[in-house]
Design a protein around this ligand. Structure first.
Ligand code: CA
Ligand code: CA
Length: 199
């Protein structure tokens, strides 16, 4: 019987660890990527970015921002990038921007695993840095975009007007419900008991 208790305690501790761990946000700043490379379809440790024309560029410090960001193949209006997450997330945020001195607009649409649209964010027309989310060293025009829903599998980023730089992708994973882990540990406990009775 003692073994069973030890096992259950271990499972509960594991569950707590995963719960705490899984609720932490994950940030992709793209700074470790090589400028000028095509990262279309590359899994960047939990997220895979694709474009309709199969080109997702890494853009570097020679542009308006001081750290690497990602960019579609063209600065033209209407270009999109799709970000697909390995695991469901409950929130996604990112900065969209370009050179300063004109009016810009960016949007982000979130989809569930069945490709149903579940959230949408739009900067509206803007120029200059985001007054609510100042980024050190980033000048030009940019805005912070965020969506939240229970089960986001992917988001599509759209450069509504001319412009294309995206940076600092941030997500919060969907926490694994405590009940699921408790049920799992209970089941393992039962397996342990069954083994005990078999002896
Ligand atoms: Ca960056
Ligand atoms: Ca601009």
């Amino acid at each position: 019987m003692k073994k069973h208790y030890v096992m259950t305690a271990f499972m509960v501790l594991t569950a707590v660890f995963f719960l705490v761990n899984s609720s932490q946000a994950t940030l992709w700043d793209f700074n470790g990527l090589t400028v000028g490379t095509n990262i279309n379809g590359v899994n960047l440790g939990g997220v895979t970015i694709t474009a309709p024309d199969n080109y997702v560029g890494v853009i570097g410090s020679q542009s308006f921002n001081v750290t690497n960001g990602i960019c579609a193949s063209s600065w033209s209006a209407g270009m999109t990038l799709k970000l697909t997450f390995d695991s469901l997330v409950k929130s996604v945020s990112i900065y969209g921007g370009d050179y300063g001195g004109d009016s810009d607009r960016f949007s982000m649409t979130a989809y569930d695993a069945l490709d149903n649209q579940i959230a949408f964010a739009d900067t509206g027309s803007y120029n200059g840095i985001d007054p609510n989310y100042p980024v050190s060293g980033w000048y030009g025009d940019y805005r912070y975009l965020a969506v939240s829903a229970n089960d986001i599998k992917s988001v599509v980023l759209t450069q509504v007007t001319w412009g294309c730089i995206w940076d600092n992708l941030d997500t919060t994973p969907v926490p694994i419900p405590a009940a699921f882990w408790l049920l799992g540990s209970g089941l393992l406990g039962l397996v342990g008991l069954k083994k005990k009775f078999r002896k």
